[in-house]
Design a protein around this ligand. Structure first.
Ligand SMILES: [Zn+2]
Length: 306
């Protein structure tokens, strides 16, 4: 059962103490009870719910070990506040906004937290899109449309896949690709779309691999220039994405960080109809404890691998 606070009052009551936060993490990390990460045994000793010792192999593990909260010197309460704040803002937050709201001493800390949480927004092994999916690519970070199949200076090419739910936008997936070659597009398609799914494209020959790879293809438009003539559902998503990047991040997105922003946008977008913001909070915490810790230096080269 999904258990999450529905209002800020409930949030404040429930997570007023470190113990309250730890209990919540325990529930999400070990929904069927303790599970030893080393030997899979189910029984453990604990004194204060901070540290658990496996009754079989003696392994000691805390509820935050191996999660993004590992090695944090800040209280879990502050992390929970950060996650509540991030998930309750409809359009997302900036590092500066987070720093102010939490009263964090340094911009760097706020920035690191935000990026760790963005990593957690991508659930490892999450579901691929299915049904009928429309795909296209767009450039992010440049003014002029570029030529397809080639890199463009200062721009990132993003592969966009959108589920068609009776002509409405369903779930989406966004993925940076180095170019629009068949090889790059095949990788993106396989990572984001379930085999057997009908895929709608324009006439770009980079998508010729689809039918032999097991994806029935519908070509809805013959011409194929990347830029402002995107297919309709993709176009809707891309204009929202660009507006979001501009509004929340003032368009100041470094190409090396674009993957994180794409993940955050996707996380929010695919849950835009969630009845309660608390549900987003629940998901993000759930995904935060399911992840190995992200080490600072991993940010420099791009995204963390998970
Ligand atoms: Zn064990």
């Amino acid at each position: 059962m999904e258990d999450y606070p529905k209002t800020i009052m409930e949030f404040d009551e429930r997570f007023a103490t470190e113990e309250g936060c730890r209990q919540y993490l325990y529930q999400l990390r070990w929904p069927d009870g303790f599970l030893c990460p080393r030997c899979n045994h189910h029984e453990a000793w604990t004194k204060n719910n901070e540290l658990y010792q496996c009754q079989k192999c003696g392994y000691r593990v805390s509820v935050i070990a191996g999660t993004i909260f590992q090695d944090t010197r800040k209280p879990l309460r502050l992390w929970f506040k950060a996650i509540w704040y991030i998930t309750s803002q409809k359009h997302g937050v900036s590092a500066l906004g987070l720093k102010r709201v939490l009263g964090l001493g340094s911009y760097r800390t706020a920035w690191t937290w935000l990026h760790k949480l963005r990593c957690a927004m991508v659930r490892p092994g999450r579901d691929r899109l299915s049904g009928i999916v429309e795909v296209d690519e767009t450039y992010i970070g440049g003014e002029k449309p570029g030529k397809r199949g080639r890199g463009a200076a200062g721009k990132a090419l993003v592969f966009v896949a959108v589920e068609d739910k009776d002509n409405h936008v369903g779930r989406i997936r966004l993925q940076r690709v180095i170019d629009a070659s068949a090889e790059s597009l095949a990788k993106a398609v396989n990572a984001t779309i379930e085999p057997g799914t009908t895929v709608r494209t324009d006439g770009w020959n980079g998508y010729n691999f689809l039918p032999p790879a097991g994806f029935p293809r519908i070509i809805v438009r013959k011409d194929s220039i990347v830029g402002d003539n995107l297919l309709p559902l993709v176009n809707r998503v891309v204009s929202l994405l660009k507006r979001w990047l501009l509004g929340t991040h003032q368009g100041a997105v470094q190409p090396s960080h674009l993957d994180y922003y794409l993940d955050e946008f996707t996380f929010r977008f695919n849950r835009r109809t969630s009845q309660f913001r608390g549900k987003l909070f629940y998901r993000l915490i759930q995904q935060s404890v399911a992840l190995r810790p992200v080490i600072g230096k991993e940010f420099r080269g791009g995204r963390a691998i998970n």
